[in-house]
Design a protein around this ligand. Structure first.
Ligand SMILES: Nc1nc2c(ncn2[C@@H]2O[C@H](COP(=O)(O)OP(=O)(O)OP(=O)(O)O)[C@@H](O)[C@H]2O)c(=O)[nH]1
Length: 665
């Protein structure tokens, strides 16, 4: 049941009825004065007090509902004065509030409200909406001071707009410490948006009989003694507060203060409530637009991650180019990128070693993918032992680079300028004397904290982190591709070298023994299958040792190279030529019989005698053995016969051609 004391303000009558509104269980002590009935006299039925039709209407409208959709106006008996009735359910009871109703001015009020709402709908700036709201509400209600207090993420209040009488002190720009707005008070602001105190010092009414009723939702409930003291400290006697609640929760409170008792008709309070609701909606919309623009600016800030001249930008380049823009957008003084153990940083960031330690802790303490932030590094358990004295605020965004390791984008803010906050902590003790009050500190100083990381900033940083992940990944992929391309080229070159080494003689660049053997084997297969005859020439430079000995080994090399070039140039396209070893060479003459091969050998022998090299003062001669394929030949037998023929040529005096034994040229 209610924790609230059962006292009521006297500007209206409160009735407590049973759940079916058939019996009045209690009424406020001013029933007689306001409505003309003595609550202490004989029990009264709702019908006697309100009329049968009205009670029936209330019952009908309250069926299955928590409250009447709109107030009902009625006239009581012969009395010409009208009343306005509101009704709502509170637990097992129905609460009715009755206030005098002024007929005059209703149409004008409705017309004006309509016009105000249309104007609000056209406004495009927060300041414009707030200024219009406070000015209009002040005109409607006549309060001396109307203002708007906006909450920050820590529930400190900032006075962001006001309309006031000339002799009132301005409070715009002032801050109210969060201790003024306890969680219970904030919950009450959301549940019961309109709070009206006509006269904080007026004598109060009570319920007869004194039932334990929850009066939280009643506009008539009297301020608690603490609240009364709080208002007294503020110098406020008449007050109307309307909470500004949007989808995201409590945005702020519009407050109207008067130093004297201040009457505001129920219809005017309703109009003010509607105005505040519409203005809050408009503010929400404007803020959504503003946030969308901000998100877009942050998204665009990364810009093109590919430089026209240098391809994708490296993380280091990106940070260097973009850090000033990001610091501006996030109101940060330093930014760092932790990437695979490497720190890139700009502005006023902690040292790389401190960042390393911080990131290690983050990895453990913050395994999920959302952002991590603090406004007070000195107090936060994760950062308090790190040397971050210049960075009071940190926003850390994980970049999901791969499944095993996360990179981090870190934004750093300094402590905000020391800001004094009004602290009007309601006092529980008896009202302190004025001198005691003045002696108290009425300010709370907020130090060591950075500005709060707003929801939209955290969201923008997450988006930026995602884009950055893509940019860095695309840079890494392009680096990998470049590396792969280099590797591919190196591999191709190595393969080519291997191929060369495997098949070619490094000195003369003609086929080596292995390759020429392969060619002979192929030729043997073709010869066996298709009977395509071929011949083989084997030749050896005469007295080559003497050339080496006389002119030196390198000239001997040159002779071998020149010889190879000359022979190569004089062969047909279908002949194969290779170095057998040392100064011995083999020619595979396809489609050649023994006569053609012997002719070729003779031509070559003569040709090589014409070979001249600077420094070589003797002709180069060769001894050539010629052999033609025979059906039973293998590579080995073919070579052996050619070798034998070649040695025959040597024996017969060198510089000559010999056909293998048994073969006729
Ligand atoms: N410069 C040079 N000499 C080589 C190369 N390969 C083998 N030789 C030399 O060639 C010489 C061959 O000598 P021998 O086998 O005695 O034959 P020769 O002196 O040509 O005498 P005949 O063949 O009987 O006419 C050796 O001294 C080898 O060292 C080479 O690639 N470059």
């Amino acid at each position: 049941m209610s924790q609230h004391h059962p006292l009521l303000q006297s500007f209206g009558v409160l009735l407590v009825l049973d759940a079916d509104s058939r019996r009045i269980q209690a009424a406020s002590t001013n029933l007689d004065r306001l409505v003309g009935h003595d609550a202490s006299s004989s029990p009264l039925t709702p019908e006697q007090l309100l009329g049968k039709r009205l009670v029936q209407q209330v019952r009908r409208e309250l069926q299955g509902q928590a409250r009447l959709a709109a107030p009902l106006v009625f006239r009581r008996g012969a009395n010409t004065s009208r009343f306005q009735l509101r009704a709502f359910r509170s637990g097992e009871q129905v609460i009715m509030e009755i206030e005098p109703f002024q007929v005059s001015g209703q149409h004008r009020l409705l017309g004006a409200l309509q016009e105000h709402l249309s104007r609000l709908a056209e406004m495009t700036h927060q300041e414009e909406v707030l200024a219009f709201l406070v000015t209009t509400v002040r005109k409607l209600t006549g309060f001396a001071h109307v203002g708007v207090c906006q909450f920050d993420p820590d529930w400190h209040g900032h006075i962001v707009a006001e309309a006031k009488a000339d002799d009132e002190f301005s409070v715009v720009g002032q801050r109210l410490a969060a201790c003024n707005f306890s969680a219970a008070l904030r919950r009450a602001y959301v549940r019961h948006p309109v709070r009206y105190i006509q006269d904080a010092q007026a004598p109060l009414e009570r319920l007869m009989p004194d039932l334990p009723v929850d009066l939280c939702a009643s506009v008539l409930r009297a301020p608690t003694p603490e609240r009364q003291r709080y208002l007294e400290r503020l110098g406020v006697r008449g007050m109307l507060n309307v909470s500004m609640v949007c989808e995201a929760g409590l945005w702020g409170v519009m407050f109207c203060h008067a130093t004297a008792a201040h009457e505001v008709a129920a219809s005017v309070r309703d109009a003010v409530h509607i105005l505040v609701q519409v203005a809050t909606k408009r503010l929400s919309l404007l803020r959504a637009r503003h946030e969308a623009r901000y998100l877009k600016r942050v998204q665009d800030s990364l810009g093109s991650v590919v430089s026209a001249t240098h391809g994708p930008r490296s993380p280091e380049q990106l940070l260097h180019d973009k850090a000033p823009i990001w610091m501006d957008l996030f109101r940060a003084r330093g930014v760092a990128l932790w990437l695979g153990g490497v720190v890139y940083q700009a502005g006023r960031a902690p040292t790389p070693e401190v960042i390393r330690q911080f990131v290690m802790r983050l990895h453990k303490a913050h395994p999920h993918n959302g952002p991590w932030c603090t406004r007070n590094t000195a107090r936060h358990p994760l950062t308090s032992s790190l040397a971050m004295s210049e960075q009071a605020g940190v926003l850390a965004v994980p970049l999901p680079m791969n499944s095993t390791q996360r990179a981090w984008l870190l934004l750093f803010r300094p402590a905000q300028d020391e800001a004094p906050y009004w602290s009007m902590r309601p006092v529980k003790a008896a009202m302190p004397s004025l001198s005691v009050m003045l002696g108290r500190s009425r300010y709370e100083k907020v130090v060591g904290c950075s500005e709060a990381w707003q929801r939209v900033e955290r969201l923008a940083a997450m988006n930026l982190g995602n884009d950055l992940t893509l940019a860095i990944s695309s840079y890494e992929i392009s680096m990998l591709n470049m590396h792969l391309e280099r590797e591919r080229k190196a591999l191709a070159a190595a393969n080519q070298r291997l191929e060369q080494l495997a098949h070619f003689d490094p000195l003369t660049q003609i086929w080596n023994r292995y390759r020429i053997e392969q060619a002979i084997d192929n030729e043997l297969v073709a010869a066996k299958r298709y009977g395509a005859e071929f011949a083989l020439l084997m030749f050896d430079v005469d007295h080559f040792k003497a050339i080496n000995d006389t002119y030196g080994h390198s000239l001997g090399d040159e002779v071998l190279v020149a010889l190879a070039r000359q022979v190569e140039g004089s062969l047909r396209g279908c002949d194969y030529f290779g170095r057998w070893g040392g100064e011995e060479f083999v020619i595979l003459a396809s489609h050649s019989d023994i006569q053609a091969a012997a002719g070729l050998a003779e031509r070559l022998r003569e040709l090589l005698m014409t070979l001249r090299l600077p420094g070589l003062e003797q002709p180069v001669t060769v001894s050539i053995g010629v052999v033609a394929w025979q059906a039973e030949d293998s590579c080995k037998t073919l070579i052996a016969r050619a070798d034998a023929a070649m040695y025959q040529a040597k024996r017969k005096g060198r510089n000559r051609v010999e056909v293998a034994a048994g073969e006729v040229a």
